[in-house]
Write a protein that binds this ligand. Structure first.
Ligand SMILES: Cc1cc2nc3c(=O)[nH]c(=O)nc-3n(C[C@H](O)[C@H](O)[C@H](O)COP(=O)(O)OP(=O)(O)OC[C@H]3O[C@@H](n4cnc5c(N)ncnc54)[C@H](O)[C@@H]3O)c2cc1C
Ligand SMILES: *[C@@H]1O[C@H](CO)[C@@H](O)[C@H](O)[C@H]1NC(C)=O
Ligand SMILES: *[C@@H]1O[C@H](CO)[C@@H](O)[C@H](O)[C@H]1NC(C)=O
Ligand SMILES: *[C@@H]1O[C@H](CO)[C@@H](O)[C@H](O)[C@H]1NC(C)=O
Ligand SMILES: *[C@@H]1O[C@H](CO)[C@@H](O)[C@H](O)[C@H]1NC(C)=O
Ligand SMILES: *[C@@H]1O[C@H](CO)[C@@H](O)[C@H](O)[C@H]1NC(C)=O
Ligand SMILES: *[C@@H]1O[C@H](CO)[C@@H](O)[C@H](O)[C@H]1NC(C)=O
Length: 589
């Protein structure tokens, strides 16, 4: 029958044959056909059965979970024996229990409060709950969510202080079968992607800190890019990451990450040295090029399918300052800007990999104003944009809106852009990909202008953007040089053309407008993709961090990558806790 093995390895977790952890030198073994095994926790034990009994008692639901924990299912303290048939039995309990999700949420949240205290666990009805499950900025809280479309009603909001807290929570969540989700910087606009109804919302914002090491920085998962780069600035360093200060570190990294250095070093995720991850079992493991290397690669684009990432170690480079700034253009310059963008994608971005260009066309509803909102960047400490950006920089900017182009610290550019970020509006993001093509760029702008701006530009709070971003052959090669990622570009190494990710971001004020504008955006996206196909420039990729819910970006990585991601999910989450108990997020199946 069940083969049990317990191998003590001393650090954070023991290693069973399906799961493990741990030291930089220990790897998770391949999964056997029989999944049963024992996890040995290295930190102070919590008698989870006893805690659950106490929670049930407080709620007057004695025995709901505890009576159903099989006798040989050892959830005590420092060891945790997990058997497939036991998890099946607990799953059957869930299915039997009427309205089980709210009840299991209550039992889990009260148990978490008993173990970790009210300072970390906010139940509905308490003062912290609306502060932590919020999108509004206020003095006590930066706002967990960016978009007003993402509010749900979790049973409780849990703010762990460290990975060990998350480890305890994952053991309870796994045993009870509770729904849960995790939110980093909260910049996903998709309802349910980083929040949950009737379950535990894990908010990472207390996991702060950046430790500067030689050649890399250890960045905790609750950080936002502005604070990360502020600390790197003080050390005259740079790293790949978000271009706006307000965005969260973990979501951006786990979905790819387009950075000021993408032309040179690939996606931000390509320049991660190590991930620290809490698995379903509570084990805390490292994933890097040596330990758990399959998980390491899977996390580079595989999003929230494998575990909760608690720390990312990012490679760093010395920085003597950069030449960068925003440039605003009026619509009479669009006929020059579109070819300049195309030329940059087709040649400039490859010819000078120290450069970056954000090229966004914005329509500001309240001012009835078209505005080209560009950011030019070059990694030089003198005021010189170089040849690659020359065409764009020679186009006259809008009178009265001075460019902010200057030699500055790396992080200050990110903060300047972040200052424009608005929270609490209704937001939609979507994207698609083409081979760089000038005819397409022009037509894409016109389609968007006629089908969205002309029709919806006057709804309350409207602001719309269409933006173009190049992924060059060199960016793909940089990812391969670091051992590859999950994004799938390496499947076609012969392809030498630049591809362009086109992203559409829209915001408005009233929920009453959701149905109409979302339907229009769906029609516009379909029309854009149909035209790309018609002229032969369509590319199947959907960039995950801007993708629409139904576009299945992970499946767009291609079958080889999807097969690797599924194998990693099976190995590191063999009981499908992240697949089944996290209702939102882009899944590998
Ligand atoms: C204003 C703005 C600017 C942006 N700029 C850029 C940019 O320059 N470059 C770029 O590439 N993208 C950019 N994006 C897109 C951005 O990468 C995504 O919105 C990303 O999801 C943000 O990460 P987050 O941590 O804030 O997200 P969250 O909404 O917190 O999380 C996104 C997803 O990741 C999961 N997740 C979060 N943390 C963890 C974790 N620790 N472990 C496991 N799963 C986790 C969540 O459950 C959710 O499914 C921008 C977005 C906005 C709104
Ligand atoms: C854990 O708690 C359960 C339930 O209260 C109890 O039966 C068991 O003896 C406890 N185990 C240990 C090791 O304390
Ligand atoms: C639940 O069990 C405890 C003892 O474990 C007991 O004191 C309490 O009365 C019980 N509650 C109910 C509702 O049965
Ligand atoms: C960063 O660079 C500045 C200017 O060259 C210098 O004064 C400062 O000492 C440097 N800081 C560190 C931490 O190296
Ligand atoms: C930026 O330029 C400096 C100076 O040339 C160089 O040392 C550094 O490595 C570059 N940064 C990156 C991220 O490539
Ligand atoms: C948007 O479309 C309208 C209607 O066709 C046109 O008048 C306007 O010039 C377009 N805007 C831009 C910036 O091209
Ligand atoms: C996507 O659009 C937003 C603005 O709406 C912009 O900040 C971001 O840089 C764009 N992404 C790319 C890749 O251009």
């Amino acid at each position: 029958m069940a083969r049990l093995s317990t191998i003590l390895v001393g650090l954070l977790c023991g290693l069973s044959h399906f799961s493990g952890v741990v030291a930089q030198t220990t790897t998770v073994a391949d999964p056997p056909s029989d999944l049963d095994g024992t996890v040995v926790m290295g930190f102070a034990g919590v008698n989870i059965t006893a805690v659950l009994a106490q929670a049930e008692n407080q709620l007057g639901v004695n025995g709901t979970v505890t009576d159903n924990i099989p006798t040989d299912y050892d959830v005590v303290g420092t060891t945790s024996t997990v058997k497939a048939r036991n998890l099946e039995a607990l799953k059957a309990l869930r299915e039997r229990t009427v309205n089980s999700k709210p009840l299991l949420g209550d039992i889990t949240c009260v148990a978490l409060k008993i173990v970790l205290g009210v300072a970390k666990v906010a139940l509905a009805g308490t003062a912290n709950y609306p502060l932590w499950n919020s999108y509004a900025s206020n003095s006590a809280n930066a706002g967990t969510f960016w978009s007003a479309t993402t509010l749900l009603t979790p049973t409780c909001v849990f703010k762990p202080a460290n990975a060990a807290d998350i480890s305890i929570a994952m053991r309870i969540i796994t045993i009870v079968g509770t729904d849960f989700n995790v939110v980093g910087g909260g910049h996903s606009a998709i309802k349910g992607w980083a929040n949950v109804d009737d379950g535990v919302l894990i908010v990472l914002s207390s996991l702060t800190g950046v430790n500067i090491k030689s050649g890399y920085a250890e960045v905790s998962a609750g950080m936002r890019w502005g604070d990360v780069f502020g600390i790197l600035d003080q050390n005259n360093l740079s790293a790949l990451g978000g271009r706006m200060s307000t965005v969260g570190v973990p979501g951006l990294i786990l979905g790819g990450g387009i950075s000021y250095f993408t032309n040179k070093w690939g996606f931000a995720t390509d320049q991660v040295k190590n991930f620290q991850v809490v698995l379903w079992s509570g084990c805390i493991i490292n994933a890097n090029s040596v330990d758990n290397a399959d998980l390491f690669r899977a996390l580079k684009g595989g999003s929230s399918n494998f575990g909760i990432v608690t720390r990312m170690d990012l490679y760093t480079w010395p920085s003597k300052g950069v030449y960068a700034g925003q440039l605003m253009y009026t619509k009479d310059q669009y006929a020059r800007l579109l070819p300049a963008i195309y030329n940059y994608h087709a040649t400039g971005a490859s010819a000078d990999v120290e450069t970056h260009l954000i090229s966004a066309f914005v329509y500001v509803g309240i001012a009835q104003l078209h505005l080209g909102a560009f950011t030019a960047f070059r990694n030089v400490s003198v005021p010189d944009g170089g040849v690659a950006l020359q065409e764009v920089l020679s186009i006259p900017t809008a009178a009265g809106i001075p460019s902010s182009l200057q030699v500055r610290s790396y992080g200050s550019m990110c903060k300047e852009l972040g200052a424009n970020d608005v929270t609490g509006q209704r937001q939609d993001m979507r994207d698609f990909t083409v081979y760089a093509n000038l005819d397409f760029f022009k037509k894409a702008f016109d389609i968007w202008n006629t089908t969205i701006v002309m029709k919806y530009g006057n709804i309350p709070g409207f602001q719309g953007t269409i933006a173009f971003h190049p992924i060059t052959k060199n960016a793909v090669a940089a990812g391969i040089a670091r051992g590859g990622n999950s994004l799938g570009f390496d499947a076609n190494p012969g392809n030498t053309k630049t591809i362009t990710i086109i992203n559409l971001t829209h915001q408005w004020s009233n929920a009453a407008d959701d149905t109409n504008i979302l339907a229009a955006l769906d029609a516009t996206l379909a029309q854009l993709i149909a035209y790309a196909k018609q002229i032969g420039v369509s590319h199947p990729y959907y960039y995950l961090n801007y993708a629409r819910k139904q576009d299945k970006p992970i499946q767009s990585y291609g079958s080889a990558s999807v097969a690797r991601l599924q194998a990693a999910a099976q190995k590191y989450d063999p009981f499908k806790i992240f697949q089944n108990q996290v209702p939102g997020g882009f899944k590998v199946y």
